[in-house]
Design a protein. Structure first.
Length: 119
């Protein structure tokens, strides 16, 4: 009887609305050598994300996925003459994404992004 009541209650709970991550974000990745600050531009279509990071060094393309509130972004950064594959995983809460960035073989660090004002 209890499982039936719980199932019935779930039908009447408000459903989480789909998040839309399209727009401009202020992003910070904490790398072993310090913080990297970017402006991140995302286009969100279904479960797919595309876009780029912009910094004083130019633009870096990125791609990713969204499943519920879980976000995964991948991109490649250049450190001297080598390329470093970066994978960021995080959770969306309102206008903030928080998580972890895996920086190839260099290590891991925190990742956070906040939607730009007016977006």
């Amino acid at each position: 009887m209890i499982p039936f009541v719980l199932a019935a209650l779930l039908l009447f709970l408000p459903q989480q609305t789909d998040v839309n991550l399209s727009g401009e974000w202020s992003a910070v990745v904490t790398a072993p050598r310090g913080e990297l600050e970017y402006t991140m531009y995302l286009t969100h279509e279904g479960p797919r994300l595309t876009g780029y990071f912009q910094s004083q060094y130019g633009e870096i393309p990125l791609k990713g996925t969204v499943k519920g509130a879980e976000v995964t972004l991948t991109w490649t950064m250049v450190d001297g003459s080598r390329e470093i594959a970066v994978t960021m995983t995080g959770t969306v809460s309102g206008d903030t994404i928080r998580g972890t960035a895996k920086l190839g073989t260099i290590g891991e660090g925190a990742f956070r992004a906040e939607r730009a004002a007016g977006e």
